[in-house]
Design a protein around this ligand. Structure first.
Ligand code: TRP
Ligand code: SF4
Length: 329
């Protein structure tokens, strides 16, 4: 029996290169070794985007198209939409009853978001409970591994704490203690050198056209000490060079040598990078367009995934309700 994995992404925008390197590539590799459940976390998106939900379902389909175009195989993995599988919320409510408020109020991700995000009112009951729903997402499938970025580690800690409380209270080791599967690749920085994020407007989206990608790469910051072409560059501190390492490692040595000896200018260097990126993305774009041409295609995949997710999660929910003493529906 393969171990189960669950992970999710919130449908709050288009996916970018950071998602590919930080999450998707990892998901793709795990598909053979594990029984994978990948979900569109639309409830979690609603928790912060409830004031404007107009593009959420569009992003959901668009994100799933990106997953599949990148290499997630719907025949191997179960792809579904969180809000279509009711048992997540049943389990979330049960967990809410046994999760101390202090654990949620002290959660570092919660404190940070409350401090940083000023454009939306996150001072809500739902948002405080964000990690409780995440725990339910994971434990309703009894998933033992969760591929996530290190920003999600506090949520996994809470998931294990909730599992421990439930198992202890109801005297049965029904839930596993899930562990994160962290990606080892260094984080990909955005065009401006900060973390790549939609809110910084510094992303290269997976679906960006060749023209946009070339324009964005041209705008990337480079070695700040290199002003004139004759100045020797420092690839180790250059964001453009970091992209070479990730996307066109074969050209890395040559470009580094040329940069250090001032034999290549940044404009030229960026042109090569843009072309290398396009070589990677062209087959991806072709698959993506084909998938999106058939609107029912992705919907059908999500319907099949939903069926599997409902079947699995309702069995676990029955078991949980039985332990509590609720009538088994
Ligand atoms: N909180 C996750 C994020 O922002 C998304 C998510 C929701 C998730 N439920 C999950 C990730 C369950 C892993 C497992 O990236
Ligand atoms: Fe960076 Fe390339 Fe310019 Fe060197 S030549 S500083 S690696 S962009």
């Amino acid at each position: 029996m393969k171990k189960r994995i669950l992970s999710g992404m919130r449908p709050t925008g288009k996916l970018h290169l950071g998602h590919l390197v930080g999450a998707l590539d990892n998901w793709i590799k795990l598909q053979d070794e594990y029984d994978c459940f990948f979900m569109v976390a639309d409830w979690h998106a609603l928790m912060s985007e409830y004031e404007d939900t107009s593009r959420m379902s569009e992003y959901a389909i668009d994100n799933v198209a990106d997953w599949i175009a990148a290499g997630i195989d719907p025949d191997k993995s179960t792809l579904f939409v969180q809000s279509e599988v009711a048992a997540h919320l049943d389990l979330c409510m049960i967990f809410s009853c046994l999760t101390p408020l202090g654990l949620l109020e002290r959660c570092p991700t919660y404190k940070e978001q409350m401090r940083q995000i000023k454009t939306r009112n996150l001072n809500t009951y739902g948002f405080l409970g964000y990690p409780v729903l995440q725990a339910a997402d994971i434990l309703i499938y009894k998933a033992e591994r969760v591929p996530v970025g290190d920003d999600q580690l506090p949520h996994l800690e809470l998931t294990r704490e909730i599992a421990r409380r439930f198992n202890t209270l109801y005297k049965k080791n029904i839930f596993p203690y899930p562990q994160a599967l962290l990606t080892k690749v260094p984080r990909l920085m955005g065009l401006d050198g900060r973390k790549m994020s939609k809110s910084y407007d510094n992303t290269i989206n997976l679906s960006d056209s060749e023209e946009i990608i070339r324009r964005k790469v041209t705008s990337m910051i480079t070695d700040p000490k290199r002003i004139k072409l004759a100045d020797k560059g420092h690839p180790d501190i250059c964001n453009v060079f970091a992209y070479y390492s990730t996307f066109i490692p074969g050209l890395k040595e040559e470009v580094a040598a040329n940069c250090i000896n001032a034999k290549i200018g940044c404009t030229e260097c960026k042109k090569i990078l843009a072309s290398g990126l396009m070589d990677k993305l062209k087959p991806f774009h072709a698959r993506r367009e084909e998938l999106l041409r058939d609107k029912n295609g992705i919907r059908n995949i999500l319907d099949k995934g939903k069926e599997k997710a409902v079947a699995f999660s309702s069995t676990v929910l029955k078991e949980v309700k039985g332990l509590i003493g609720f009538k088994n529906a």
